[in-house]
Each structure stands twice: as C-alpha cells, then as structure tokens.
Design a protein around this ligand. Sequence first.
Ligand code: XUL
Length: 515
Amino acid sequence: MKLYLGIDSGTQSLKAIIIDIDNGEIVASASVNFSTELSSYRCPNGVLPNADTLVKHSNPLMWLEALDLVLEKLKSANAPLDMVLGISGSSQQHGSVYLNGRFTGILDALNPAFSLAAQIEPALSRKTSPTWMDSSTSAECGEISLAVGAKRLQEITGSPAIERFTGPQIRKFWKTQPEDYRRTEYIHLVSSFMASVLCGENAPIDFGDGAGMNLLNLKDLVWDFNIAEATAPGLINKLPPAAPSSELAGLLAPYFKKYGFKDEVPVTVWSGDNPCSLIGVGAGETGTAVISLGTSDTFFAAMSSPHTDPQGYGHVLGNPFGGYMSLICFKNGSLARENVKDECGADWDAFERAFSETVPGNGGNIMLPYFVPEITPLVLKKGVRYSGTEDFCGGNAPSSVKIRAVVESQVLSMKLHSRWIGGKFIRIRVTGGASRSRGICQIIADVFQSRVEKISVADSATLGAALRAASAMDYFRRNEICAKFAVVSETIEPDKATAGIYDDMLVKFAELEKK
Ligand code: XUL
C-alpha cells in the first residue's frame, strides 16, 4: 500500500481523502460541513452575513477548526494516518488570509494540547478573509487597470482585473484599513495558508492558484513588481514566493503527530480547487476539456500557451503538471438549476424527466439565468431574462420547458465563452453533483458536438490534491497513477442531427446576451 492524503478547503466544507496509489482505491474519507458542524461561527454556507450583498467574507479560524476536526474524524475512524507518505491540498481560489509578524513564531511553537484556531488567532491582522464569491471591488479593479493598463494587466497575469481576484481584494483592504494593512506581514491564499499551518512554516503559493491573483507574471512565473506596487504599496514584500505545484512546502509539523502521523511526512504545496480538479479528472494533458457542475459551474482545460480571452471573462492559470490551463467560471450553476426546480415545484426525478419530455432547441426558448449576479459575462445585478414564445416569456410554459431552458442556456453560455481557448477537444469530461444527470450530459454532448465522459470521481479537487502529493513523490509515474483513479463510468455520444439546431441557437443566445 502507498497512501497519500488530500485535503480540500472548500467554500462550504473541508474534505479529506486517503488514496492508495498501488491499487487505485480511496481507503478513507471524512468531511466537515461549515453550516451544520461549525454553526457557532455563524458562517452559513461558508460566508459571513453582510449588509452589502457584494461582500462575501469568511472566517479563517473556521477553516482551521475544520482541519483539526477532519483529522480527528479520520483518526476516530481508524484511518491509516500512520501510513501516509505525503500530503497536499486544494482550496477555494482567490480567497486570502492576512497575518502579522507573530505568524511564523506561532507556527513554530504549535502546542498539540490546544487547537489550531485558538493558537493562530493572535496572528491574524484581518479577522475575516475575502472569498471567491466577493464582487465588491469594482472600483479597485478600475484603479488597477488604469494604473497598469487593462490590456497589459491581462497579457501579463492571464486575466483582466477581476473583482474576486486577490489583487483587487488586497487593494480594497489597503484603502479601507490602511493601519491593518501596514501591520500585515504575510498575505496568503487559502491554499498557501493551510499548507503553512500543516508544515509549521510559511509555504509558497503555487503557480496554479497564484495565477488567480492578478499579480503573477505568467511567462516568467514570478510576482510582477510594478503590478504589485500599483495594487498596494509594499505588497511584494508581503507575498510568499511563487513555486511550481510539485514543490515541497515542508515537512508535517510535530503538532499533527497527535492524529497518528509518523515523523516528517512531506507536504507538497497546495493549489486551487480548479487546478486540482484538472488532475483529479485526468485532464492534465491537452485535448480534454472539463466541465465541473457544482455551486458554480466551471469549464477548464490544459493549454500549452498562455493566450488570453479577448472578452476578458476567461482566465489562464498554471497547470499543476506544467504549462497552463484555461478556466471559465459561471456563478449561476447548481443554484440556477435549483431555483428553476423549486419554482416548478419539481424534485430531481421530475427535473431529469423534463429532458425526455422536451426536444433539443426547446421551441426556441432561451433564458439568461442570472439568479445571482454573474461573472461570465459580468452582470452585477441579478435578474433572469427570457426570449422565445409568449407563454415562456410570461412564465406560463410547462415546467419541462423551463427546466430544459435553464440547462440549454447554461451550456450555450459555456460554448460561447470557451471559444477563445481554440483547439479541438477530443472529449469533455464532466464532474460535480449535476454530472449524474444523463439529460444534462446529453445536452453538453449535443451543444459541443463532442463525446462526453462521466468520471466516477466524487470530489475531483480533493482527489486531485492527493494525486498531486503522490505525483510529487513519483513524478515520472504521475500519468499512470492518475489514470487509476479517473475512470470513465459512462460515455455519451453527441446526436449529430442536433448540430444545426444548437448552432442557430448559439447565435440567438449571443444576441440576447449582448442586449
Ligand atoms: C474560480 C473560482 C471558483 C472557486 C470555487 O475562479 O472563483 O471556481 O475556485 O472554490
């Protein structure tokens, strides 16, 4: 048995799995749900309530308590933590943690008799952490773009200034809490913060997650001094170094021996959940696109060159296995599907039946499903827009038509906004909760006219983290190791007869979106 531990510090929960790379099995798993198990933090769904609906912060102490709790759960379940050969992690992207000069001393002296949260609390120079869901930094995005030049910023960092990206978030902190900013010695991403805690010393930020900050020079793979200075004075000195995703962050701190780990387990740098998912679904090489259907829907794929989206919605990140990856994030994912389901008074079985009760193209009915403000395309004010028959636009269409409309529109949006990536995808791999739906997968296959492969992986980011830990130790066997886990459970071929229908529909969808 060769065991590796992967941890995912997500938006709503923290998960952990132990994999055995010899036989491609998951040998143990555990998770902690923030809403139900850590309700004392009053952070439902991982976000602190705020009067400003654009502000979405979380409590970093809750993530630390979840880390202690998940390891405690694994230990109580007699998971073989003593046999773990390496650890890595994944986290929600863009979120940041602000620490004062006491951080390193505290990490160095972590006492197993006390919790991580209690010990690390005095090191926080900012009590809350902005998350990827925050979109309150439009002014700061404008200021950074003006100072750097919008085109230059996108060319260098792979993305234009984006509200949830860490750079604009840091600028807002500097502007609104200058004294706290001055007291801040280290600014970590969630990923590098959690890695630092695990190995008891400041960990680097990996290229995968670091590219989601509007600060990393994607060609040279170092922080861009001028952009950092335009973001907030002195920022470059507060950032941990940027490093390849296979680099060792350090050795597991003695604090964690209380859970049964052996001495000096190597901890590989953590990465973002999307770069980790790329590895978890076996798409580290070019030619495979991935659609992850979760709270937000994401579309991503490995790319060999860092060319950018002319419209500015898509991003370029580092691929943990080398090279780059594209990432396009749609906020109205499962949330929009759930809204339509509830509005129709349907359950998930009825949702699934709707696809066989309707036909591709859905009588020309299209919706722009902005149940919450959208980031692709950027729509700051929520509101659903309809186009099609009078009944549909008036809300009187049958439930099955409304259900097909939300899914077809989501997939059309993915096709429209992924065209800039270029190249031909041999296959699209689908993952995430809604990928269980045969109907949704068929629509993806038809709209993209591409084979869809369902991957029998429950948590691709957590698995990707464990696989990254294993690959860092066994670099030349990494593709072989990953292939043992990303097993295709079902293949869905496109119906060629629908190609013309969806080509026409895409034109209409693009026009509606432009309006
Ligand atoms: C990607 C993004 C989300 C988060 C979710 O840019 O913001 O996918 O990573 O955790």
